[in-house]
Design a protein around this ligand. Structure first.
Ligand code: ADP
Length: 403
């Protein structure tokens, strides 16, 4: 079965075409600058890259361009009809979706309803779903929610200490994000340790531009660092993570408008805000090696927060098989992994510097020292493969029900 995985942003569509169940990537690409004066598609297949520039009016046009590129003259498909299923990344599934689902009008209405909670993400995700439905109306489509893996978080962990009616009226609670990645690396870690997927107790640490951590008990999320929105928790590229909310009142009293505070917390803070230079960990590590103090401070604050969360989640879990690093920083930044795990012998966590240095560039393996009671693993994430897998399973069951 050929499955197309789509991740639709406000002005971009990322796509990957898979041969399932082998999870072989046939081709992948990115349509960008949709709705701007000059857009582009970058299409990768075999070892080739093709780039086309031109205006792309809207997502429907972008989706049509993807299908044309996949099936046109030099395309990898004889016809777009070879695509048997489409899997969409959807950020917010509220409390309703505990797993991936076949998209129906009811599902679309719910995604629309949850746009309130994810105004920057759900609307473009929906636009992508509608564009795909327009282009391939007979192909089943599946929604995979970033929040779904966290549906198992207990009330004690998702309830904020705000007046309870705010939860009842507005759904204000912890939802968590990056769920597809946390689930993927927790399952992979279980395989690596020879444990069943519902046997592993671990802490998953996703460090990309957005960063989050999850406490996974017997394969299920029981707490996670992001909250109602992706702002809470770890220090991120440009987001604050946890901080005293009274800072906002203090700044509001000094003339900061709500919109500028939103921008400040989400776009101007984190690694960028502290360093004053960049949100890119590679550059910050370089600057820090050259003696730039603010870059060094940004990295220190970033690592300290991760370490604090490891301690918190170790307490929440009570036992621990593994700490699992993933995401661009988690998979590559050797000094970050070393600092985040330093001084954690008290929790049975110790890493081996030589192994740590080897585990870069999408290599998968253990970096813990032989004395470490807890495995420390690096697992490259693959959210697209997880979406392709969910889509394949759902569509296959639908077309040949299990007797
Ligand atoms: P996204 O959340 O956008 O998917 P990624 O998972 O690609 O982001 O992570 C991006 C982050 O990973 C950036 O901060 C980048 O600097 C960092 N990164 C990528 N490669 C390296 C590397 N070799 N060393 C340190 N950091 C890296």
């Amino acid at each position: 079965m050929k499955v197309l995985v789509v991740n639709c942003g406000s002005s971009s569509i990322k796509y990957q075409l898979y041969q399932m169940p082998e999870k072989r990537v046939i081709s992948r690409g990115l349509v960008e600058r949709i709705g701007e004066e000059s857009g582009a598609i970058q299409h990768h297949y075999a070892d080739e890259v093709r780039r086309l520039e031109g205006q792309i009016a809207d997502h429907e046009e972008g989706m049509a361009l993807i299908l044309e590129t996949l099936s046109g003259g030099e395309g990898v498909l004889a016809s777009a009809e070879e695509i048997e299923a489409i899997g969409h990344r959807v950020v917010h599934g509220g409390e309703e979706f505990t797993g991936s689902v076949l998209i129906t009008p009811r599902v679309i209405a719910s995604i629309e309803r949850f746009s309130d909670l994810a105004p920057l993400h759900n609307p473009p995700n929906l636009t992508g779903i509608r564009a795909a439905m327009h282009e391939l109306p007979d192909v089943p489509q599946v929604a995979c929610f970033d929040t779904a893996f966290h549906a198992t978080i207990p009330q004690v962990a998702y309830t904020y200490a705000l007046p309870y009616p705010l939860y009842e009226k507005f759904g204000i609670r912890r939802y968590g994000f990056h769920g597809t990645s946390h689930r993927y690396v927790a399952r992979r870690a279980a395989q690596m340790l020879g444990l069943g997927k519902y046997k592993i107790d671990c802490i998953t640490v996703h460090l990309g531009n957005g960063c989050s951590m999850t406490a996974v008990q017997r394969g299920r999320s029981i707490d996670t660092s992001m909250g109602l929105t992706p702002l809470e928790g770890l220090v991120m590229g440009t987001r604050t993570g946890d901080f005293d909310p009274a800072i906002l009142f203090y700044l509001a009293d000094r003339g900061y408008a709500v919109s500028s505070l939103n921008e400040l917390c989400n776009k101007q803070s984190g690694l960028l805000g502290i360093s004053g230079r960049s949100n890119d960990m590679r550059l910050l590590l370089e600057l820090s090696r050259e003696g730039n103090r603010r870059a060094a401070l940004a990295i220190d604050v970033f690592c300290y927060r991760i370490k604090k969360y490891i301690g918190m989640y170790a307490a929440v879990l009570g036992r621990l098989d593994a700490v699992v690093f993933t995401g661009g920083i988690g998979e590559n930044a050797v000094p970050v992994r070393a600092a985040a795990c330093s001084g954690l012998d008290c929790l049975g966590i110790a890493i081996d510097q030589a192994l740590n240095e080897q585990m870069v560039g999408r290599r998968e393996g253990a970096i813990s020292s032989p004395q470490s009671g807890t495995a420390v693993l690096v697992v490259p994430t693959d959210e697209e493969a997880a979406i392709a897998d969910d889509t394949y399973q759902i569509v296959r069951q639908r077309s040949c029900p299990i007797p």
